[in-house]
Ligand binder design. Sequence first.
Ligand code: B12
Ligand code: SF4
Length: 450
Amino acid sequence: MKSILFVIPWKASLINCGDIDVSQYIERAPENVVALATYLNAQGARVEIADLNRTLLSCKGDVECCLNLLKQQCQRFNPDIIGLSFFTARFEYAADITTYLRSVFTDKTPLIIAGGVHPTLLPTITYEYINFDALIIGEGELPLAAILKGEPLNQIQGVFLPGQDIPTAADAIKNLDCLPFPNWDLLDKNFYAQPSYLISYTQLNRVMPLSFSRGCMYRCNFCAHSCFLSARCHSPEYFVEMMRLTSKQCNVNSFLIQDSSVGNFKEEWSKVCELLISSKTNYNWWANLRVNQVDEDFLRLLKQAGCSKVFFGFESGSQRILEKMNKKITTEQCYKAAELCHKLDVPFYSSYIVNYFGEEEEDLRSTEEMILQTCPTSLAINKFSPIPGSVDYNKNEDSIKPYLTSIHNWTTLGMLLSPVLFGNMTSERFDYWFKRLKALKNKINNYEDN
Ligand code: B12
Ligand code: SF4
């Protein structure tokens, strides 16, 4: 079987970061690439990960030093295939890294391919900017296994070659339990497990991310849901064993459950909770939950099973805006979810989007009111950007395109930093409201830190 080196491009904020407080910078461990690497390794492939976030931090933000270390890893490991994994926010850095890799190999260049959210969503645009040998559309496990076994690229489902017209997605793994448990030794697990504000938002525990399910059955207009294939979950028994093994391997008792919402598979997640309670684990965990899936019994069960914080996407205090977003929740459900959290003493984080299409000052006033009345434990205020993979991007592609004149602008869009105002107010009034809500956020989050 052939060998593969996965490359994870760095994130923008690490460039030239210098000597920094690492706890402010560590993000979640890249569970997706570890899952892929573990799977291929179990099939007999030689696998390594070049985690350039980790490397760039150890180089104190010096990109040249980071690329040099990547070169040394390539020379030592000598892979047949190099596979980059990236979402839109790292498109630009994937281009820089690929150009560098092509200059490093003077004799036999490995096959340089890419997968992940951005190549899946925008394969043709990816080829316009980056000279990849192949792109993988959708979940990487099955096509990568076929490539590593030496099957011809043009016969593998999910492989999109330069010059081809229509990409087809790879088959999704139907039974997630057939995947091996993640081998965290494939990256610097101690680096990722160390306490970080970016992961926990406040509680500083050693923590690792884990996913019980993949995909989402909702279709909110602002979300890049078209990168998901069907929604599936592990069996509760498999997942609790995955927690146990990860806890042992990484010396953590805290987990961040990455699922879109643990209420998407409510019955199965309830069983996970029951297993955690009956096996008397002392794990604590945080998870996303949609407000339309909250009820008192479920929340009580989550708490009893170790849930120490719930993440809600309230998105807006205005029902009109929630409907425009196709969020399929009501403001009443948001208030009710917050009330239940206070009643059962479950800390919660609520996240809002501002600058949405047609937003009026009145809508922002309702958002402010919701924040004040629901008293979240922590708060996020995000400016809306039509992100690739979302309905909002697809519907507005023509008006967004003129702005996308360089790969750097794609990065900005991918980081949700579009400079365009989508609401119905002047930029002065929007700035006024944005500052006002941000100040509220700082007050709430600081209060929690103390
Ligand atoms: C975890 C996560 C993160 C982590 C990343 C952790 C890490 N170290 O990599 C963190 C917290 C850092 C993060 C940050 C952001 N994220 Co995020 N994140 C996710 C999340 C919730 C889960 C990703 C995951 O593990 N999925 C499960 C695995 C199985 O799926 P996967 O990642 O797609 O991987 C499969 C395939 O894509 C493929 N594949 C992946 N890599 C490769 C490589 C090769 C070579 C091949 C062949 C195949 C392949 O195989 C994998 C296994 O089947 C997704 C939503 C989601 N549910 O996917 C959003 C998501 C990826 N994030 C998104 C966004 C927008 C962001 C932010 C911009 C948010 C923000 N407001 O700042 C930032 C950007 C940060 C930055 N500056 O770089 C969007 C991306 C949209 C887009 N067009 O890029 C998503 C899709 C959320 C959404 N629904 O809108 N995120
Ligand atoms: S925002 Fe959440 S609930 Fe809505 S489609 Fe995306 S992942 Fe699903």
